[in-house]
Design a protein around this ligand. Structure first.
Ligand code: NCD
Ligand code: ZN
Length: 347
């Protein structure tokens, strides 16, 4: 039986939500991952170090007792973010990074940035202080075709940020296109990107397979097959240093997704490591798996690798998936890629 042993992975982009959902989803991430960057798009959003610390406590209370897991907190950048407060919150460890949502780009992003020029002074402070900027890279003008929004954001906004702040540590989150992969590869060493399991597994056909599939709707939206292939190529490449796992696990109640205006977001935490490992195996690239899931992110954020390891085993039988995570009176559908998965984590 084939088996691999790697440094315990990190998930550098998660949505834990709050309340009952938080309690149910946190253990699904902490089972396989040592550390995560937690997104701040709650309602209301996490806007400062004080809110981030309180949210961190709620997350820590949901971690199973026998597991060691570190949540790294973010704040939501607005046109009113106070740079002095941010700097202090970074220095005292309550905030790890800042998330930029263009206003209206995705779930709970209404308080995001409308005019980039208004946040330039905050970005300048972040560059000086070494605070990472995490970006939801999609243009928001509704005139722009939804499949082109990432590319337009790169051309109009990301390039402007990178040119103005070459020393700013930037993560372009959940990239979905060949253009994004190329832009990141061509950028300096401060620019990196996260990639999700669903954007490596699926193309846009799976949103419309025999009917509309709300559980495959996320933002940035799935793209054409050529883009999926381009992402797969960069993450599995032997010299990949700039791309790392950020699952963007984004739980929504099934009733909120199966609706006349269903929300964007895919809940993938329960099986994302088996799925990613299968994808790397199918691409004959298991030797690049550890860089993608355990090393490149830590290198980008200049933090130590995890000390513990995990073992994955390839079974002769397919992994059988639970369809949903049950809550008291609701459920959250779990991401299924639609091809067989033989790998599983065994410790
Ligand atoms: C995320 C969510 O539900 O919070 N949704 C998504 O489709 N990815 C927000 C985000 O990361 O865009
Ligand atoms: Zn996200």
């Amino acid at each position: 039986m084939e088996q691999i042993n790697i440094i315990k992975p990190d998930d550098w982009h998660v949505h834990f939500r709050d309340g009952e959902i938080l309690k149910a989803v946190v253990p699904k991430t902490t089972r396989h991952f040592a550390r995560s960057i937690v997104m701040p798009n709650l309602i209301p959003p996490i806007l400062n170090g004080r809110d981030a610390l309180k949210y961190k406590k709620r997350i820590e209370n949901a971690i199973p007792k026998d597991e060691k897991f570190k949540p790294f907190m973010t704040i939501y950048l607005t046109e009113n973010t106070d740079k002095k407060e941010l700097k202090e919150s970074y220095k005292n460890g309550s905030v790890f990074a800042v998330k930029l949502y263009p206003a209206g780009a995705t779930t709970n992003s209404d308080s995001g940035v409308k005019d980039l020029r208004k946040v330039m002074p905050v970005l300048e402070t972040m560059e000086e202080t070494g605070i990472p900027l995490l970006i939801h890279g999609e243009a928001t003008d509704t005139e722009i075709d939804i499949f082109d929004r990432e590319k337009v954001f790169i051309d109009k906004s990301l390039d402007y940020i990178c040119r103005n702040f070459p020393e700013l540590k930037i993560t372009l989150e959940h990239i979905t296109t060949e253009e994004a992969a190329k832009y990141v590869l061509a950028g300096n060493e401060n620019l990196a990107a996260t990639v999700t399991p669903h954007h490596l597994a699926l193309n846009r056909n799976s949103i419309f397979l025999g009917g509309i599939r709300p559980h495959h709707f996320c933002l940035p939206i799935l793209k054409r097959e050529k883009h999926r292939k381009a992402l797969l190529e960069v993450v599995t490449s032997k010299n990949n240093k700039k791309f790392f796992l950020g699952t963007d696990t984004a739980p929504h109640l099934s009733t909120d997704k199966e609706s006349s205006c269903g929300c964007a977001g895919i809940f993938n935490a329960p099986y994302c490591l088996p799925i990613i490992t299968q994808i790397f195996d199918n691409a004959n690239a298991l030797s690049s798996l550890e860089s993608f899931v355990s090393l490149n992110g830590a290198n980008h954020y200049k933090i130590n690798y995890n000390k513990s390891k995990i073992t994955l085993r390839k079974n002769s039988m397919q992994l059988s998936f639970k369809k949903s995570l049950k809550l008291k009176n609701a459920e959250i559908i779990i991401f299924q890629p639609g091809f067989p998965i033989y790998w599983n984590v065994i410790n």
